[in-house]
Ligand binder design. Structure first.
Ligand code: PNS
Length: 161
């Protein structure tokens, strides 16, 4: 059964196949998922906001059940503005748990209606992260199976490989 909408927030620097896996799983539960890219002026990203949005818009352009958006400031304020109370996050390993648990409880504390749903990715992606993709790429490793084609192309452009 599918119902209502959820927000899947993140940095998406860059989008990986692990994120896509979580979105596909989320769409088995929710009618629509808003992929919300964090714009944090204090944080240094490899891909600027426009690039991260371009990658997401390109990847999901044929799926009307996926909305791409961005937000600045508190996630709960963004959820409130969108009138959505459900957050989707991927939970890969024990190491994710502490941070995710803290964020979920803190979000609930400042906005009691907010529920966080954790989805477990395919085992193929349980080790995958945007940070590791960037590191492997910068050190000359192969990441083609881990990211959409556009991300691979953009990484090549950035590092002129
Ligand atoms: O992809 P990431 O970097 O793991 O995503 C983290 C994100 C964007 C979900 C988190 O940093 C966030 O929600 N930031 C917005 C600011 C906020 O609400 N902070 C309080 C969280 S308890």
């Amino acid at each position: 059964m599918t119902n209502k909408n959820a927000v899947y927030p993140g940095s998406y620097d860059p989008l990986t196949n692990g994120h896509i896996d979580i979105i596909e799983r989320g769409l088995r539960i929710f009618e629509k998922i808003t992929v919300a890219v964090l714009k944090n002026p204090q944080k240094k990203y490899l891909f600027d906001l426009e690039e991260r949005l371009e990658i997401l818009n390109h990847t999901f352009k044929n799926n009307p059940k996926i909305e791409v958006d961005c937000f600045e400031g508190l996630l709960v304020d963004y959820l409130n503005k969108k009138e959505i109370t459900t957050v989707v996050r991927g939970l890969r390993a024990i190491s994710d748990f502490e941070v995710e648990f803290q964020m979920a409880l803190m979000n609930r504390r400042i906005s009691p209606d907010v529920e966080t749903i954790f989805l477990v990715p395919s085992v193929n992606y349980s080790f995958l992260s945007s940070r590791l993709v960037k590191e492997i790429y910068q050190l000359g490793g192969e990441i083609r199976q881990m990211v959409p084609e556009l991300v691979d192309r953009k990484l090549k452009e950035k590092y002129r490989l």
